[in-house]
Write a protein that binds this ligand. Structure first.
Ligand code: AMP
Length: 146
């Protein structure tokens, strides 16, 4: 899907927000939701989404929703830092399929990074499917730092 198109109410992140498919929640407030990526590219790879905006990408997003999402990115990244002590934290956000976007509900990636790791953002399909119990244990560690 290019930058132009229609929001699909049945996209995976919309289904997570509707409670129709599970997610490993880290944080939630009135306007945003954060959870661990199911195919993490690094340990602690998390995502943040808006609960109300139907923006598929950054160019469509309301300034208010964007500010809410980024405030949660900062909050969750800070908790991740305290919990698992990365050397760096990469923030990534993809717009349109040619840019690597695969789920068309705006989301921001938080990727903890360690010295010596491969650099760059591999994109969808390069992570390894995580074990749900392990993700839940990690989410517990991060939640404890919020
Ligand atoms: P993007 O390529 O920016 O659209 O990223 C989509 C991300 O969503 C990828 O990193 C996927 O691993 C992740 N993902 C896909 N399905 C789920 C899911 N059910 N729960 C958590 N993360 C998911």
């Amino acid at each position: 899907m290019s930058l132009d198109g229609t929001y699909d109410d049945a996209n995976i992140f919309a289904l997570i927000l509707q409670g129709k498919i599970p997610a490993t929640k880290i944080y939630e407030d009135e306007s945003t939701f954060s959870f661990l990526d199911i195919m993490p590219q690094t340990r602690g790879h998390a995502l943040v989404i808006s609960k109300w905006s139907k923006a598929r990408n950054l160019l469509e997003m309301e300034d208010e929703a964007l500010a809410q999402v980024m405030a949660t990115v900062k909050k969750v990244a800070t908790a991740i830092r305290k919990a698992i002590h990365p050397d760096g934290i990469q923030i990534a956000q993809l717009n349109g399929a040619p840019a690597g976007q695969t789920i068309f509900h705006l989301h921001v990636h938080i990727l903890p990074r360690w010295e010596g790791d491969a650099k760059g953002f591999a994109g969808h399909g390069h992570g390894v499917q995580a074990d749900r119990a392990q993700l839940e244990a990690l989410a517990n560690e991060i939640r404890a730092q919020l």
